[in-house]
Design a protein around this ligand. Structure first.
Ligand code: NAP
Length: 251
């Protein structure tokens, strides 16, 4: 378990799924955690869960597609908690349709959330981290798009390929400033996002027996552990990397 004592970690999409699990893991590793997302209620629940375990956390709602809100999120994190050492840019959405049937509004909305929603936090986080002499950024990509293609997921795939490209470019641009930028590319993880419309968790478990070589979804703990490793000094020589964690789906 890495030790992030004295570090401040910002997690977007921290009110649910991978973001909440990773926020809890950062707090258990002694970081002060700021969770963000659009809806205040799930963020307050994450803060409550962390505080009940004796950890330190705060919620700052923000829409990652809105530049003013993202700038305020980063500024308030630094102002209220004394710095920004780790950023997990994880907020994202999924939308499925064949390319020929993709609704233009749905396309634009997904690009805004998944691409602009990683670009804007990075822009403001990097500025603050440069002022403070360094930091670590981990972005959530996906094995879909960044590493494999699946019919019906063209828009999502395009956004995640963009996240991986943005990650690698920002890594090269900021390595000399002491900022390590990496990405994680999960396969199906145990959140509502990996459920097909109307599918139960039991049905998903049956589907995963053949849909992934490992025969199951990844757990929230497995996803969080990969992010914490990339955020920790244990991965200090890992820069501009996109860590696939998908039970060999892309092996
Ligand atoms: P999730 O529980 O639906 O989490 C998505 C989070 O993003 C929510 O907390 C949501 O909060 C936040 N969010 C969405 N749009 C936002 C916006 N405009 N501004 C701020 N926050 C926003 O699903 P998840 O599985 O944990 O997904 C987390 C990340 O993992 C996503 O980037 C997803 O693409 C990626 N991923 C997931 C899987 C999987 O199988 N689960 C696989 C590969 C990659 P609000 O709605 O309150 O804003």
């Amino acid at each position: 378990m890495p030790d992030f004592t004295g570090k401040v970690a910002l997690v977007t999409g921290g009110g649910s799924g991978i973001g909440r699990a990773t926020a809890l893991a950062f707090a258990r590793a002694n970081a002060t955690v700021v969770v963000s997302g659009r809806s205040p209620e799930p963020l307050a629940e994450t803060v409550d869960l962390i505080e009940k375990e004796g950890g330190r956390a705060a919620a700052i709602p923000a829409d990652v597609t809105d530049a003013a809100e993202v700038r305020n999120l980063v500024d308030a994190t630094v102002r209220d908690h004394g710095g920004l050492d780790i950023a997990f840019n994880n907020a994202g959405a999924f939308s499925a349709a064949p390319v020929a049937d993709m609704d233009e509004d749905a396309w634009n909305a997904l690009l805004a959330t998944n691409i602009t929603g990683v670009f804007l936090p990075m822009k403001y986080e990097i500025a603050r981290m440069r002022e403070n002499g360094g930091g670590v950024i981990v972005n959530t990509s996906s094995n879909i798009g960044a590493h494999r293609r699946l019919p019906g997921t063209g828009a999502y795939a395009a956004t995640k390929a963009a996240v991986s490209a943005l990650t690698r470019t920002a890594a090269l641009e900021n390595i000399a400033a002491g900022i390590r930028v990496n990405a994680v590319s999960p396969g199906p993880i145990d959140t509502t996002m990996s459920l097909l419309p109307g599918e139960t968790e039991t049905q998903r478990a049956d589907r995963m027996k053949t849909a992934t070589p490992i025969g199951r979804v990844g757990t929230l703990e497995e996803a969080a552990a990969a992010v914490l490793w990339l955020a920790s000094p244990a991965s200090s020589y890992v820069v501009g990397h996109d860590l696939v964690m998908d039970g060999a789906a892309t092996a």
